[in-house]
Design a protein around this ligand. Structure first.
Ligand code: PBG
Length: 329
């Protein structure tokens, strides 16, 4: 592969000028590479800060158009809705997930009515925003039940699809859920609703600020180690992805992002399927707090985001998505 050697060969020649660096650049970012998470909250005229996530807010539904207008203006292809559910509406079965008047359902209707197909909408399929114990499914003797939870996830998927969700994103790492959800969607006339499987989701401590944002932090009993993946494993990630593709996933997610670049690359190289990376809340907070404290330069954002592209991600879920024009300029 290497022809010639120093001093006739000098790799720095290509790097000398800005135009030349631009000419040989191998990876770059455009707004098309980003998905913007939006946190929803009950009430009116609310834009509430999140203590652990600088510059990220929870919005009441009457403020949504301001956020979505901006996402469209910036050229983002998709937003992701996350509800911060009132504690009073949570119970051990997460029944609020199936309430057609819940925050996500109302937001879906508002956005679809106003913006039609100008932007895609992705919704998590999982119970954790709605359960009093903070787990992604229903519990029996502290174990999250798999098959019983899938029954509810199917109903949640159908409801969200009916309300206008374009991309359903099962995020709970239950076994077999993609196939069951696909089957029910097809049977009920939603054969074009896409599924983005959180196929490789690690039991991670990088989710802390998110759980703070959706109000599940204080309530989470124990950890999620018996359904989310062990961060010691990589072969298992390939098995997860293989199964979800077989069951009908259109795209897969690797999450968290930066500590798992090897997994993104592994999945991309093995399956040639659209791979999304989730730059999760903890990654966001570390970078933003470091920048705000003057410990690191804000270019760390671009550097981190490009690494996802280098690893092979097609797009990135990022809390920086709404400011991406300032970052990639
Ligand atoms: C819910 C869900 C989580 C995140 C996205 N969807 C948290 C969790 O699994 O506890 C985390 C996102 C982030 O940290 O930014 N299943």
């Amino acid at each position: 592969m290497i022809t010639g050697k120093y001093p006739s060969l000098r790799l720095r020649r290509n790097r000398k000028n800005n135009w030349s660096r631009r000419l040989v650049e191998e990876n770059n970012l455009t707004p098309n590479d980003f998905i913007l998470p939006i946190f929803l909250i009950d009430g009116k005229n609310k834009k509430l800060p999140i203590k652990t996530m600088p510059d990220v807010f929870r919005y009441s539904l009457d403020k949504l158009s301001y956020v979505v207008d901006n996402a469209i203006k910036k050229g983002l292809p998709m937003i992701a809705l996350f509800p911060s559910t009132d504690k009073k509406k949570k119970n051990e079965f997460g029944t609020e997930a199936l309430n057609e008047d819940n925050l996500v359902c109302r937001a879906l209707q508002i956005i679809k009515k106003r913006y039609k197909n100008k932007i895609g909408i992705m919704c998590d399929v999982a119970l954790d925003p709605y359960t009093s114990h903070g787990h992604d499914g229903i519990l029996k003797n502290s174990y999250v039940l798999n098959d019983e939870t899938i029954e509810i996830l199917i109903k949640q998927s159908l409801l969200q699809a009916e309300m206008g969700c374009d991309v359903l994103a099962p995020s709970d790492m239950m076994d077999g859920r993609i196939g069951e959800i696909r089957k029910s969607l097809d049977k009920n006339g939603f054969e074009m609703t896409q599924i983005l499987s959180y196929a490789v989701k690690y039991a991670s401590s990088f989710y802390g600020p998110f759980r703070d944002a959706v109000g599940s932090k204080g309530s989470l009993k124990g950890n999620k180690n018996n359904y989310q993946m062990d961060f010691r494993n990589n072969d298992e990630a390939l098995r997860e992805v293989a199964l979800d593709i077989k069951e009908g996933a259109d795209m897969v997610m690797v999450k968290p992002g930066l500590p798992y670049l090897d997994i993104i690359k592994l999945v991309k190289e093995n399956f040639k399927i659209p791979v999304m990376a989730y730059q999760v809340s903890g990654e966001y907070s570390i970078l933003s707090n470091g920048i705000n404290k003057g410990l690191i330069d804000k270019n760390v954002i671009l550097e981190s985001l490009i690494s996802f592209k280098r690893a092979g991600a097609n797009a990135i879920v990022s809390y920086y998505a709404d400011r991406i024009d300032e970052i990639i300029e």
